[in-house]
Write a protein that binds this ligand. Structure first.
Ligand code: ADP
Length: 578
């Protein structure tokens, strides 16, 4: 510079210097004014695009760079993103650019490392730039100014020249201008980020509110919110429960109008407890709808904040049907219980009667036997003419008395056997059933003939004897045979079979008589049971015979059974183990 100005006069030199100074001052003023203007405008922006939009014309005007950008760092400057790139033409505005890895890209690494302005004079020759991109974008000078905010670097604010514009290197004054501008840009970026975060939060909040609103609106349970007792919110299920067409009609009114008077004390008690407890256990309440219908509901009550005010949230479920069913069940249960109790009482009465009957049986049989034996003894003595000869009429009468007494004796013996056979103190001996059966059948032949019945036996030869009570076993055969005779009409046949089975001996008395109806087959073995009154009168008897047969069989560890068909005949079968 000195060499060039050697020939100039002093005043000329002074004038030149003065001009130069004025130019510098003018330029400085230009920058100062630009900064003032931009600082003011940057305060108003809240998008990245607006930041570059505000400053791009000034940069082009003052420095000549056509293109500017904002590149922000992520994650300790390991990655970053161009949030906005803007050139002089509309299509040079780019809004969303992908995240870039800084690590591994020498140019971006240099940008991220620079704490002060970084000027790459010629991108075509600089070793750090990617030559492919440079060729494509025709970059020449690249200037990146760090965006410092207090002690943090948010990213860079960059600018560059392209192709024919050639290399543009900023002067020290311009560098100062850029650094000051970068501060205002950093503040604008920070504000933008803050606003974006807030917007994002608001959006997320709105989304989650929307989701919850949907949940609450579609919930199958009634949900209501109150301020005190004023309805502030009611979901559709709540409207349905209350029987109101839509919530708008009742918002702001008191929910008390829906509470059944019976539930008021409980409700008040819960309202008192709610502030301390925050959430109350489920409770059953009754509501009354505008149409007068009452409903049972189960409610869960919690204290919440709704639209920034303390409120009460109630979740309610209609349990009317459930309660009705429970009541019905309780009623059915009580009725069943009553029936069961009545049955039990009847059973107890029956058992008591049975016990009394047994007791009576035992006592009376013993009491009757002695006098009867004595009476029979005297009658026999008289009939045998031991005390004097009898006239024909007297003999006939005594014979009749003897026969009646004998019948009576049989009955009393039956009662006695019945009374004692339950115990174990029964006399036992080796009994030859063949002989026993043959003797008794022999005794019955006359009676059978009288009734026009055929009576015969079918006995397996060489049957072994069994251990038992001969008198009782004789009574067993006797009873079965007298029943067969009694219940078989004239012309019938009675067969007595005796044979061995796998476990012991089997006695069968088979008749072709009136038979036993299936429903009677169990009962005829009960004491005093007779199939029916008219039949009893027709056939006589006390209803003890089969009970005795059963008890005697069981006292011999055996069992008795019957197979029969009405009007066809019956087979009574006694099995006694050996
Ligand atoms: P009873 O003969 O004294 O009435 P049982 O105990 O011997 O009493 O018999 C009970 C009832 O069983 C009889 O009343 C009768 O109705 C029925 N029954 C017993 N044996 C026969 C039989 N062989 N054929 C048809 N019914 C019978």
């Amino acid at each position: 510079m000195n060499g060039e100005n050697e020939g100039l006069s002093h005043s000329e030199e002074q004038l030149r210097k003065l001009r130069e100074k004025v130019t510098v001052l003018e330029t400085l003023d230009q920058y100062r004014q630009s900064l003032l203007r931009l600082a003011g405008e940057l305060q108003k922006v809240h998008t990245y695009q607006d930041i570059t939009k505000v400053i791009q014309p000034e940069i082009l005007n003052l420095l000549g760079y056509q293109m500017i950008w904002l590149f922000l760092f992520y994650e300790d400057r390991k990655a970053g993103v161009f949030v906005t790139v803007r050139g002089t033409l509309a299509d040079q505005v780019m809004e969303t650019l992908p995240r870039l890895e800084i690590v591994g890209d020498p140019y971006l690494e240099a940008v991220a490392a620079a704490t002060d302005i970084l000027v790459i004079e010629d991108a075509r020759t600089d070793p750090r730039t990617n030559k492919e991109i440079v060729a494509q974008l025709q970059n020449r000078t690249l200037v990146n100014v760090p965006l410092w905010l207090v002690d943090e670097r948010l990213g860079v604010f960059g600018m560059g020249s392209f192709g024919d514009e050639g290399i543009i290197i900023p002067t020290p004054g311009q560098i100062e201008y850029l650094k000051t501008l970068a501060y205002h840009v950093a503040v604008a970026v920070e504000r933008t980020q803050f606003i974006m975060q807030r917007q994002e939060q608001a959006r997320a909040l709105q989304e989650s509110e929307e989701r919850y609103r949907l949940l609450v609106e579609q919930a199958p349970v009634a949900i209501a919110v109150y301020y005190g007792d004023m309805i502030a919110y009611l979901n559709p299920a709540g409207c349905e429960l209350l029987g109101v067409p839509d919530a708008a009609a009742i918002l702001g009114t008191s929910m008390m109008q829906y509470i059944h008077p019976d539930s008021l004390p409980l409700l008040q008690e819960r309202q008192r407890r709610l502030p301390q407890e925050g959430r109350l256990e489920p409770a059953e309440e009754k509501i009354i709808r505008p149409d007068g219908e009452t409903r049972d509901i189960e409610v869960i009550t919690s204290a919440i904040r709704y639209k920034d005010k303390p409120a009460v949230m109630v979740i309610a479920q209609d349990i009317t049907q459930r309660k009705q069913m429970a009541a019905e069940n309780a009623r059915l249960y009580a009725a069943e219980q009553e029936r069961a109790e009545a049955l039990l009482a009847a059973l107890a009465r029956q058992q008591e009667l049975d016990r009394l009957k047994d007791e009576f049986l035992q006592n009376s049989s013993h009491e009757l036997r002695t006098p009867l034996t004595v009476a029979m003894g005297y009658v026999d003595m008289v009939a045998d003419e031991n005390v004097g000869e009898l006239q024909a009429t007297q003999r006939m009468m005594l014979k009749s008395a003897q026969s009646r007494l004998y019948d009576l004796y049989q009955i009393v013996m039956g009662l006695t056997t019945l009374a004692v056979s339950g115990g174990n103190s029964v006399y036992r001996d080796q009994v030859h059933l063949t002989a026993l059966v043959q003797d008794i059948v022999q005794d019955f032949q006359a009676l059978a003939a009288q009734n026009d019945l055929t009576l015969h036996t079918n006995i397996e030869p060489d049957l072994p004897p069994l251990s038992g009570n001969p008198i009782h076993l004789g009574q067993l055969v006797d009873n079965l045979l007298s029943n067969a005779v009694k219940f078989t009409p004239k012309g019938g046949t009675i067969t007595v079979r005796l044979f061995t089975s796998e476990t012991g001996l089997v006695l069968e008395v088979i008749d072709t008589g009136i038979g036993v109806a299936p429903e009677q087959m169990e009962r005829i073995f009960e004491r005093f049971y007779q199939v029916d009154g008219s039949a009893t009168r027709r056939y006589g008897g006390a209803g003890l015979g089969l009970a005795l047969v059963k008890e005697i069989a069981e006292a011999h560890r055996g069992r008795v059974s019957v197979t029969s068909a009405i009007s066809q005949g019956s087979t009574f079968r006694v099995e006694i183990p050996l």
